[in-house]
Design a protein around this ligand. Sequence first.
Ligand code: GLN
Length: 548
Amino acid sequence: MGKYIFVTGGVVSSVGKGTVAASIGRILAVRGLRVNFVKIDPYVNVDAGTLNPFSHGEVFVTDDGGETDLDLGWYERFLDITTSRESNITTGQIYSEVIAKERRGDYLGQCVQIVPHVTDEIKRRIRKAAAGDVDAVVVEVGGTVGDIESQPFLEAVRQMRLEEGFENTLFVHVALVLTLKATGEFKTKALQHSVNTMRSIGIQPDIIVARSDRPIDEAARRKVALFGTLPERAVFSSYDVEYVYEVPMILERQGMGEYIIQRLGLGPAQPDWTEWMRVLDMYSKAAHKVRIAVCGKYTQLADSYVSIKEALQHAGIHAGARAEIDWIGTELFEKDPDSIGMLSSYDGILVPGGFGKRGTEGMIECIKFSRVNDIPFLGICFGLQLSVVEFARNVCGLHDAASTELNPETPHPVIDLLPEQRGMERLGGTMRLGSLPIHVKEGTLAHRLYRRSIIHQRHRHRYEVNPDYWPILQEKGLIFSGFSPDGRRVEIIENPGNSFFLATQYHPEYLSRPNRPEPAYHGFVKAALERKLGHVKMSSPQLVDIDP
Ligand code: GLN
């Protein structure tokens, strides 16, 4: 029988509940236990695909084409697993299902209500995640307790304690503890209030994780235990760390693993942290620094490109360097064209995925700058499309070339809608999505990186390189090194005139893991490091000793 670990949040959102949930998963996984995850997002959107990454962070794409919450990315990276769209439950999905059932007449004349019909649908979906070979499901309830939106979900998980039993359910409450700067004192009152809110809806936490900037002291721990009605050993301190992958170890050192497996009857099991420690060790030993400029649009919120940030860091430590990333809003280069020169202080330039026109002329200037000055370049999705636009304009002489996403009237639509996207009226869930095979051409940089002819990568796009322009782009020297299996779609481009210039129509960052960097990112960061160290000859870089 699968166990359920419910993770709730208190005081404020964005305190790293996802990291704690993923860490709990890792703590169980190193004991040989099989863990699955559910992230509950109480918003009414059916999925994250229609949310602005600037307000809500990156959209994480799963193998099966789900456009999901970025916390699924933490679960995948922390446990080296593949999640699915079913790991992300939203209010939108629950209500769509309940209303569809009501319209079909499935409720046979009953009055359809939040309790039991909505809560039953929530429980059904959570239980689905426990089916099969799963020892424990970590269920992270998004938002903070007390939010109107999360009430039906908290009611559903409260009921699950009754139905599944005390020994099969565990409530972990993650809440902020404030530190007074002047005195260094820990203030737990807000945390106490959030625990009271939990109790008022009928849930007594079994574990409290006090989230603070520094490790809490014994007095604060005692206070949290006393007011939380918990033994002190059920109170854990999670604090700011330099490298996020340290969090599972921090919790483990305080005894979280032992506590959870005893409480849920999952033990005894000896943890094996070897692989994890290898990653932490690599991080601490990374002797170099590489400076990477990520030139995009949603640069005010670090979470907008979180998988890219992590992929650069994974690649960095495997190349022996820490990646120092600057997020640069490219509108700057449109307003002040001379400022583009600032990019010469970077070892690598990355143009990430994106949508819409804002900032794109600036992105095209960044691409031109890296091509002309031979600064290692990686383009992701939109980054590939804009690289083709740049090449068409400045190398092929097609001066007004554009993507029809940016200019529907362009005389040279070098990037155009995928044929199946024409006439598409609904925006939600209709892009070319999820994991698809790609044929990688031998003798190319891409093949040297991936060292195989077929790879699988995750996609999220509506536009592609227009086949009418393949001949001129190739004649002028652009290499198409990856294609869809039918040969109709360009998946990877490279410019052999440069030391390292690669762009992918897919999003390789979703497959990057701390213990297994993604080859395109690894090649890019390695090229950036080699440039920095002055070994600029890289037309045939020595790369990748790791399987994708
Ligand atoms: N806007 C582009 C498209 O829809 C690129 C998408 C992306 O970068 N994910 O094809």
